[in-house]
Design a protein around this ligand. Structure first.
Ligand SMILES: [Zn+2]
Length: 145
């Protein structure tokens, strides 16, 4: 059971993400608060902070659990449940083509793609590289040859 964010946190997250789905950039379809990290059985009783949420349209939110799952992990829209702090996992804002680290207060510290990828590998190790090709070229931290 996921607890809904407070209206204040919801509006902070919408503003931070540019009032658009972080995956497809949709602004018109209903925008949802995507919980980046699944909580264990029994759920969390505390309202999520901004760094635990991402703005997603209803369709992408569903697809993060199916055909977009690898991209969602590679982009930090989804965070593995064992990660101690979702604030450690950078998030990719696809319509803005920007990586950032999220703060609980709704801030975002922008990261270069290279810095974001280094941080992802710090958290996930080589597993991250198995998801990386689901990201746009140039955002995968690989040099072209
Ligand atoms: Zn979307």
């Amino acid at each position: 059971m996921m607890v809904a964010p407070s209206p204040k946190v919801r509006s902070l997250v919408l503003l931070r993400d540019g009032q658009a789905c972080v995956s497809c950039g949709a602004r018109t379809s209903p925008l949802e608060m995507q919980h980046r990290q699944r909580v264990g059985a029994g759920g969390s009783k505390v309202r999520p902070d901004a760094h635990e949420l991402a703005t997603a349209c209803a369709l992408c939110n569903m697809r993060f659990e199916s055909d977009l799952q690898r991209q969602a992990l590679a982009a930090g829209w989804k965070v593995r449940s064992w990660v101690p702090d979702p604030g450690q996992v950078p998030m990719f804002n696809k319509p803005r083509s920007a990586w950032g680290l999220l703060t609980p207060e709704g801030g975002v510290a922008l990261l270069s793609p290279a810095a974001a990828v280094a941080q992802m590998r710090e958290v996930y190790g080589p597993e991250w590289d198995r998801w990386a090709d689901a990201l746009p070229v140039g955002m995968q931290g690989r040099t072209t040859r």
